[in-house]
Design a protein around this ligand. Structure first.
Ligand code: MG
Ligand code: MG
Length: 263
């Protein structure tokens, strides 16, 4: 165990896996409309991954916090759901929802992972601002991904942007190293209290590749569960937004490996 360092050649391979992930997410995002089920979105993600010769990374994945394997390829987290949203046939997307799509895949032995939040039709002003702030938190976190900085600088950037806008980063969740495996060390908390609990910080070094994934909510820092054994929700059921990029730490600065068409 420990933090993996990757060569430029390996980083190119991680980039190829990330390209697949972004392609899948963009295809699924385009299909989101009122009336579609979150289960349909999962099927679509599976199909899109297959087309690209990649293997979904979350299907049958057993995270350290569970004895079960995740039964879907895509995490779909709607409104108060933060992350790990379990797709369901009976869960129908409606106008005004915000929907986080989180997808990971393996291609030729390397992993990609990314997430974005989609507004379905007209959403409330506060949901719109929440999405914007979460994206800004991600951009600010990416900026500090340079050799010599620390994981705590990423945590601080996310927290600072969230509080500036009056929103909250959620505790006990965060990003991670990525490369040969979809989840590697270090854990990158979104909340300073979670970092303090971890009792360790990591210096960012050239060759580290990290998935940064701020999750912000309108009303609380605390998380809860919705009873389906997977979906994490906000404790006060206020809406949450989530974006995730993979970033390689290089001498030249942060290199974002998840390139989306519209930023
Ligand atoms: Mg991730
Ligand atoms: Mg993800």
């Amino acid at each position: 165990m420990g933090v993996e360092l990757y060569s430029f050649k390996e980083i190119e391979k991680i980039k190829r896996a990330c390209d697949v992930v972004v392609g899948v997410l963009q295809a699924v995002a385009k299909s989101i409309k009122p009336g579609i089920s979150t289960y349909d979105l999962d099927l679509m993600a599976r199909e899109e991954a297959k087309k690209r010769g990649a293997k979904p990374a979350f299907l049958n994945y057993k995270p350290p916090f569970s004895n079960d394997r995740f039964p879907a390829s895509l995490c779909v987290s709607v409104n108060e759901a933060v992350v790990h949203g379990l797709p369901k046939k009976e869960q129908i997307i409606r106008e005004g929802d915000i929907v986080s799509l989180d997808f990971g895949a393996y291609l030729e032995g390397y992993a990609g992972d990314s997430a974005l939040t989609i507004a379905v039709g007209e959403v409330s002003k506060e949901k719109e601002l929440l999405m914007k702030a979460t994206k800004e938190a991600l951009q600010e976190a990416v900026r500090v991904c340079v050799p010599g900085n620390w994981v705590s600088d990423i945590v601080d950037a996310i927290h600072r942007v969230a509080r500036k806008h009056g929103f909250y980063p959620l505790k006990n969740l965060g990003g991670h190293g990525i490369g040969r495996k979809v989840h590697e060390e270090p854990f990158i908390p979104n909340h300073p209290a979670t970092l303090a609990q971890e009792k360790k910080d990591y210096k960012l070094r050239q060759g580290m590749v990290v998935a940064i994934e701020p999750m912000l909510s309108l009303g609380t820092e605390e998380i809860s569960h919705n009873g389906d054994r997977w979906t994490v929700i906000t404790a006060d059921r206020s809406p949450a937004a989530h974006y995730e990029y993979v970033v390689a730490i290089t001498k030249q600065g942060p290199l974002v490996l998840t390139e989306f068409e519209n930023g």
